[in-house]
Design a protein around this ligand. Sequence first.
Ligand code: NAD
Length: 484
Amino acid sequence: ARLSDATLARLPAGVARPAYDRQATRIGVVHLGIGAFHRAHQAVYLDDVLAHEPDWAICGVSLRSPDVRDALQPQDGLYALELLETPPRWRVIGAVREVLCAPDQPAEVLARLADPQVKLVTLTVTEKGYCLAGDTLDLSHPDIVADLAHPQAPASAIGYLVAGLALRRARGVPAYTVLSCDNLPDNGGKLRRACVLYAMQFDPALARWIDEQARFPRSMVDSITPASDDALRTRAADALGLADAWPVQREPYTQWVIEDDFAMGRPDWARVGVTLSGDIAGYDRAKLRLLNAPHSAMAYLGTLLGLESVADAMRHPALGPFIATLMHRHIVPNVELPEGMDATAYVDAILARFANPAVHHRLLQIAQDGSQKIPVRLLGTITHALAAGRAIDVLCLPVAGWLQFVRRQAQAGVPLADPLAARLADIGGRMQGNAATDVAVFVNESRVFGALAEAPAFMSALCDAYARVSTQLDASLISAVDPR
Ligand code: NAD
C-alpha cells in the first residue's frame, strides 16, 4: 500500500505524523521549486505551524518537471522525512496540500498566486533560477527574454512571481510576501530588484506597486539535505510499512533566520524555532564562508581523492584535518561574524555536522554550479585576506581543486552541471597541465573571478596551488595542517 490520507492511520507508532486535521487546513503559501530542500526544511516548519494556525498549508509548484507532482499527488501530498541520526527518526509531513507542475498547469498556478488566501510565496529554485547578472536581473537571459514576450504566460520563477502580483493588483488583492529560501547573499534584495526591473519592462506602474506593496524579506536557511535516492525509498518503505515515491532526508540540525518584514501577516515563526533577525547578512556570511566554503573544498579536493561523500572526506587522513585547519586558521580570521556568535563553537558544531556518518551528502552534488558558488563561498575570504596582508596559499587550494575538477570532467567527457557548463567544458578541454597557462586561461576566460583576476598575488598563489593539487595533493593538504 502507498502512503496517503487513507493509510496514515496504519503508520507504526514510532513514526511521527501531522498533529492536526489536514482537511481543516487552507493553502496560504505557494512554494516555487518543490525540491528536496523545501520539503525537508520550510515545509517541516510549516507542518509545526499548522498544529496551531491552519491557514499556512502549502501549494508546491514545480517550474520544470512533473516528477514531484506525479510522485506526491497520489499520496495526497504526504511524504516521509528521515532525520539522519543513529538510529534515524521518521516523520510524515502533511503541510503540502497541493502539488502543481507549472508547464502542464499554468492556469492553476496563476490562480493560486492570485488567491487572496495566499499570503506568502516561498522559493527554492537554485541560484540559476533567479536569472541574475550580478546583483540584479539578467534581461538578456533566454528565460527572461521569453517571458517578457508574453508576461501573462510565464515560465520562469521571476515571470510567475510578477504575473501573480499583476493579477492581484488588477483584482484589488493585496500583494504577497516573497520569501527566498535559496542560498544567495541578500536573497530578498536581489529578488525585489529582479521583480521590479522585470515588471518595469512592460508596466512601470506595476513595477512601482510591487516595490511599494510587496515584501521581500531576506532569509538564511541551513540544514543539510542530501538528494533522495533509491536507498532512502527502501528505508522509508521499511520504516513506514507503506510505499513513499519521494521521501526526503536531512540532518537533525536545522536553522532558518528571517527578516521580519511581511506584507499580509505571518505565522508565529518564533514558536516553531525560526529566528527573526535584522542581520541576515551576518548569518549568511558566516554560513557561506564557514559551512558552504569547506563543503566546496571537500567537493573538489575530495573528488580528486576519489571520495564520495562529506563524511568520507572528513574521515580521510589528509583532507579531514585540512578542512578543520582551513576553517579555524584561514577562514575565521577573515570573516566578520554576527553579534554574539562564538566562532570556535560555530566551527566545531559544523565539523561535527560534517562528520555525522548518517548523512550521505554526495560530493558530486555539492560540486555542481561551481561558477556560482566559488565566488560567494571562497573568493570573498581570499579578497579579505589579501587586503589584510595575510597568506592565501591555503585558501587557494580549494579554488585550485575546482579548476582541476573542471579540467578532469571536461577531458573525461563528463557533462558539467553548471550554468557556465559550455564555457567551462571548452576551457577545461584546453587545459594541458601547465599551471601558468591553465590558470591564466581559466581565470581570464571563465570570468568569475572579478577583481581578483587583476591581483598578481592571487594569480601566483593560485598557480602554486594548482600545481600542488595536480601533482601532490595529499602532501599539500598535510603541510597546510602542519606547516614546517
Ligand atoms: P533539488 O534539486 O531537489 O530541487 C531544486 C528545485 O529547483 C527543483 O524544483 C528544480 O526544478 C528547481 N530549479 C532548478 N533550476 C531551476 C531554474 N533554472 N528555474 C526554476 N526552477 C529551477 O535541490 P534542493 O536540495 O531542493 O536545493 C534547492 C535549493 O535549496 C538550493 O539551490 C539551495 O539554494 C537551497 N538549499 C539547499 C540545501 C540542501 O542541503 N540541499 C541547503 C540549504 C539551501
